[in-house]
Ligand binder design. Structure first.
Ligand code: BGC
Length: 468
């Protein structure tokens, strides 16, 4: 519920919120860093341990299996132990995983520590934004949802830069993994200094502590009234898993899971995790140059995410989905075509780099931020937690399947076939968005819920119907 009559929060409160958001956003940075770092590290691990396609895939996807497990557990853990404690333990796991992977003497040990990091990522990808949203005043909440995606892309770039700086020696992959411990340790210390979410405190009848936190966040406002409002929203009893399947909720459920599928099955992480490998397919000979080209891809990802944040509330979600997914389909088509045309051999490198850049730019203005945004918008309050964690699990599950099958797919269908397959999925995704995805721009969350309850076709909800 928005409280438009409230004065903008004062500077001391602003500092508190920004500090809180910056520290919690380190979890997003770690998500990006620890998923991106593998792209460079895998080149060296592959050489050092003489790995084949299957073993490479296992090393790359260990983190993702962990993330599925972490995302599935996250709702229950965050409700039972509190958001802050869960993030602290998660950050400790990040640090242990990073150091463990750095010192691993064999492939099973690398896989085990990367699995541990994965559990941390899965928990963090749900709990950190939840914590930020619960501690933020309403007028700052929307921007912070997309800040999470921005931090993920920044983490990916940092990992690429580290990969680039360290791509000289055979054993440098150890440093690539190990450096992830630094933001993790800062996150532990930072979260120890921060307060628990006031909403969670009230839910555990710890009103006095909640009062103290709220006094920081909402200075000069009626804290008793705020606590009563939180209590009021808590009496909306959380829905059961069964309610998630009620017919009127189904369209929203399908949109969340389908967008998770399309975000992953259009191949984004084959680029994020394997970009240097793809550049080597295209004829780049040195690991260093391939990783440098990958840094460029990461920077474009960050910049275009900023562009998306600017346009999301102006143009709307659906136009950005159409533009971005059309761009993704075309660039995947060209990428496949380039790999399929021997006569292009001399220009293959250039065409590959250009189409990968066009692809990532298109993703960053569409499916990248919009998946995470829409799953925070479309679910009825009563089942929001469960539905969001289900969509998060679906996202990590699809991510894992794509990462675990990419190299096999290129072996079976050829490189061109693999990219065309992702392009065809993307084309189907555009049609799905047209028919089923609602335009949430300008609507209040209550508005979206009322529309969903009305039983009208969800995909017909248009931005022009937005509450004035
Ligand atoms: C996706 C990740 C992806 C990242 C790339 C996120 O929205 O969930 O799977 O690696 O974007 O920027």
């Amino acid at each position: 519920m928005e409280h438009k009559d409230r004065p903008s929060f004062e500077s001391q409160a602003k500092l508190f919120i920004y500090l809180t958001a910056a520290i919690a956003a380190l979890a997003g940075l770690l998500f990006g860093y620890d998923t991106g770092v593998i792209s460079g590290a895998i080149l060296f691990i592959k050489d050092q341990f003489a790995l084949g396609s299957r073993a490479i895939q296992n090393v790359v996807s260990a983190v993702l299996l962990g993330a599925v497990i972490g995302a599935a557990l996250s709702g229950a853990l965050a409700d039972h132990f509190g958001r802050r404690k869960v993030i602290i333990v998660t950050a400790i796991l990040f640090a242990i995983g990073a150091i463990g992977a750095a010192f691993a003497s064999n492939v099973p040990a690398i896989i085990a520590f990367r699995l541990m990091i994965g559990v941390a990522i899965g928990v963090a990808s749900y709990t950190a934004p939840l914590y930020i949203s619960e501690i933020s005043p309403p007028q700052a909440r929307g921007a912070l949802v997309s800040l999470n995606q921005l931090m993920i892309t920044c983490g990916i770039v940092v990992s690429y830069l580290v990969d680039y700086a360290l791509s000289a020696g055979q054993n440098d992959w150890r440093w690539m993994f190990g450096l992830g411990a630094i933001p993790a340790i800062i996150l532990v210390i930072g979260m120890i200094a921060l307060s628990e979410s006031p909403r969670w405190l009230v839910s555990k009848n710890r009103d006095e502590e909640a009062r103290k936190v709220l006094a920081h966040v909402l200075p000069g406002q009626d804290i008793d009234k705020e606590i009563t409002t939180i209590r009021g929203s808590l009496t909306v009893k959380e829905g059961s898993w069964k309610e998630l399947l009620e017919p009127w909720v189904r369209p929203a459920l399908i949109v969340g899971i389908a967008l998770a599928f399309f975000q992953q099955f259009t191949g984004i992480n084959t680029i994020i995790y394997y970009a240097p490998t793809i550049f080597e397919f295209a004829g780049f000979e040195s690991h260093k140059v391939s990783i440098l080209a990958t840094v460029g891809v990461g920077v474009v990802n960050v910049l275009m995410t900023l562009v998306a944040i600017w346009f999301l509330d102006r143009l709307g979600r659906k136009p950005l989905l159409y533009i971005g997914m059309a761009g993704m389909t075309i660039s995947l088509g060209i990428l496949g075509f380039a790999f399929n045309s021997p006569e292009l051999a001399s220009s293959l490198k250039l065409v590959t780099v250009l189409s990968v850049v066009a692809y990532i730019a298109s993703f960053a203005i569409s499916l990248g931020p919009i998946f995470w945004l829409i799953i925070a918008e479309i679910y009825p309050l009563k089942i929001r937690g469960r539905a969001m964690s289900l969509a998060t699990v679906a996202n990590w599950g699809c991510n894992m399947v794509v990462a675990a099958t990419f190299l096999t797919l290129t072996d079976k269908l050829g490189k061109a076939g693999a990219f065309w397959f992702y392009g065809a999925v993307c084309l189907a995704g555009i049609a799905f968005c047209y028919f089923y995805v609602p335009e949430t721009k300008g609507h209040t969350l209550e508005n979206i819920e009322t529309y969903l309850r009305s039983g009208k076709r969800f995909g017909k909800l248009g931005g022009e119907e937005a509450a004035k």
